[in-house]
Structures are given as structure tokens and as C-alpha cells.
Design a protein around this ligand. Structure first.
Ligand SMILES: [Zn+2]
Length: 66
């Protein structure tokens, strides 16, 4: 008996990208700088920020602390 059922129809190895990467169509890395701020279940949050500031500015803001 195998115990590899994860439930649902999601493919393993392809975690859903965070809201930012999804909108920007980027590959969401495991240490993605956006994911803590823009979780996948709150897409509207990043959409608003993106609309106001633009993607490149958002990227800059989040990369200040490195
Ligand atoms: Zn991401």
C-alpha cells in the first residue's frame, strides 16, 4: 500500500506561486522575497500594490534589505 495521496488534484513539485510571482509570471523561488508579504491566497493585495507602484518599484522596495 502506498501512502502518497495528498488529496486534491495538485501536482507535487509545483507549489502555487505567491500572489506577486503569479501576477508577474515569475518563477516563485522557495526564498521568494514576495511570498511573506503577498501570499497566494491574497492575490488582490499585490494587485493593488502593483497597480499603484508598478512591479519594478515593488521589487526595489522589497530588495532594500539584503
Ligand atoms: Zn513568489
Amino acid at each position: 500500500m502506498k501512502d502518497n495521496s495528498t488529496g486534491g488534484g495538485r501536482k507535487q513539485g509545483a507549489p502555487s506561486p505567491c500572489a506577486a510571482c503569479k501576477l508577474l509570471r515569475r518563477r516563485c523561488a522557495q526564498d521568494c522575497v514576495f511570498s511573506p508579504y503577498f501570499p497566494a491566497d491574497e492575490p488582490q493585495k499585490f494587485a493593488n500594490v502593483h497597480k499603484v507602484f508598478g512591479a519594478s518599484n515593488v521589487n526595489k522596495m522589497l530588495q532594500v534589505q539584503t
